[in-house]
Design a binder for this molecule. Structure first.
Ligand code: AMP
Length: 416
């Protein structure tokens, strides 16, 4: 694949040649045709992948072609690139300069920490492409120095960093004042669910571009083990789901009966849940799945067999209500989140007798899953550390209390 295959115009190809680029990087191969086709793009890519050129090259080309079409151009801002930092903003503008060196387009970079006078003067002269950090841009917008009435393209660069740096509110404020009819390109190195949710608000039927290697999928998933007593698992799930930011959760149970029982409990506690398992008709399964995909159902409780082939975009959380007997099943289960480079969460509940299963899983994935004890139903540390030998149905209550307050201990361990 060479740049000649990407339907680029001669002055752009000449500029790339001057830069010494011969082959488009994977993100450029995927994003450039999509942008030239007028599509919105959601790209998951880190710095160093050539992501800047992936949006700058097609934007320059589209703007150049539009400019040629309109005889009377008064140079309103047509493209806005938002970046989280001043350094990145400068770098991005330099890229526009380099790839657009044989085109007659004007670009400007604005950021805070310096006088605004020069920036305002430049804006008055007319700019085709504006690269900006959110704070200064909002400031200049509020002063009436910037108009986006003719804006056609928006690029949000390093969206996850915008979130980390606390700029998302400013970004949303800016975007709310842009024309709705535009082409939007969304770039982020990671896709935590806040970012996926933001992208969903901004993008219309986007082309998804991902350059994260598939092998790292499982690494992108944040895995945790919550040690707890079996009778406390339902309460623990309810406790975790009280976090409203968990938009979708797929919960795996070992049995159909367990799945139904859990759904009843969740519904009783005002958590919208449905079960999907082998005792349900195909129609009922499809309906449950559709409702989950449409986000009418927040929690889908499934057994392994029924869950086979379920492919849900943007699934944020997978719960192992019970650990699977076969360690490979764990990998299949958690692989349903963290798709397309998005970051997902896999939370496993483990009671004392399941510890050997956990050991097998950790051996398979060659990694110790971090333990989260920051919840009201944690197993005592003593029990967590005890040698994980299977102790089936051999638990005695060592501390009184009913239901979730009871503490159980294996009889054998207690005698030690
Ligand atoms: P970025 O991921 O946008 O920060 O780009 C990383 C670096 O790769 C920059 O220094 C670019 O100049 C360079 N670069 C981008 N695209 C190409 C390409 N197709 N061939 C060679 N270098 C490239």
């Amino acid at each position: 694949m060479s740049f000649n295959n990407l339907k680029l115009i001669e002055p752009v190809l000449r500029a790339l040649q001057k830069e010494g680029y011969t082959t488009p990087t994977p993100i450029q191969q995927q994003a450039i045709p999509a942008v030239l086709d007028g599509r919105d793009v959601r790209a998951c890519a880190q710095t160093g992948t050539g992501k800047t050129a992936a949006f700058a090259i097609p934007l320059l080309q589209l703007l150049h072609q539009q400019k040629n079409n309109s005889a009377n151009h008064k140079r309103p801002i047509q493209a806005l690139v938002l970046t989280p930092t001043r350094e990145l903003a400068i770098q991005v503008e330099e890229s526009f300069k380099a790839y657009g060196r044989f085109l007659q387009l004007r670009h400007l970079v604005i950021f805070g920490g310096v006088s605004q006078v020069n920036q305002v003067n430049q804006l008055k002269k007319g700019v085709d492409i504006l690269v900006a950090t959110p704070g200064r841009l909002l400031d200049l917008m509020n002063q009436g120095h910037v108009s986006f009435d003719d804006l056609k393209f928006l690029v949000l660069d390093e969206a996850d960093r915008m979130l980390d740096m606390g700029f998302v509110k400013d970004v949303k404020r800016i975007i709310s004042r842009l024309p709705k009819k535009r082409q939007t390109l969304f770039f982020s190195a990671t896709m935590p669910f806040e970012i996926v949710s933001l992208s969903r608000d901004l993008l219309h039927n986007p082309v998804n571009v991902e350059v994260t290697p598939v092998s790292s999928t499982v690494d992108a998933i944040q895995q945790h083990v919550y040690f707890t007593q079996k009778p406390n698992k339902t309460f623990l799930l309810k406790h975790i789901l009280s976090d409203d930011s968990i938009e979708t959760a797929l919960v795996f149970t070992r049995t159909k009966y367990g799945a139904d029982k859990l759904v009843k409990f969740l519904n009783k506690n005002d958590i919208r849940a449905q079960a999907i398992h082998g005792n349900k008709s195909q129609g009922a399964r499809q309906a449950a799945l559709k409702s989950f995909k449409n986000r009418k159902t927040r929690v889908l409780v499934a057994t392994d067999i029924a869950a086979r082939g379920i492919d849900i975009d943007d699934l944020t959380h997978v719960f192992n209500f019970e650990l699977p007997e076969i360690p490979e099943t764990y990998v299949h289960r958690i692989g349903r989140t963290g798709r397309a480079g998005a970051s997902g969460h896999a939370i496993s509940f483990c009671d004392y007798v399941e510890k050997p299963l956990l050991k097998d899983i950790q051996k398979l994935i060659q990694k110790t899953i971090p333990v989260n004890n920051d919840h009201p139903y944690a197993l005592s540390e003593e029990l967590q550390e005890m040698d994980p030998k299977p102790v089936k149905n051999n638990l005695t209550m060592v501390k009184g209390g009913r239901g979730r307050n009871a503490i159980f201990r294996p009889a054998r361990a207690r005698r030690r």
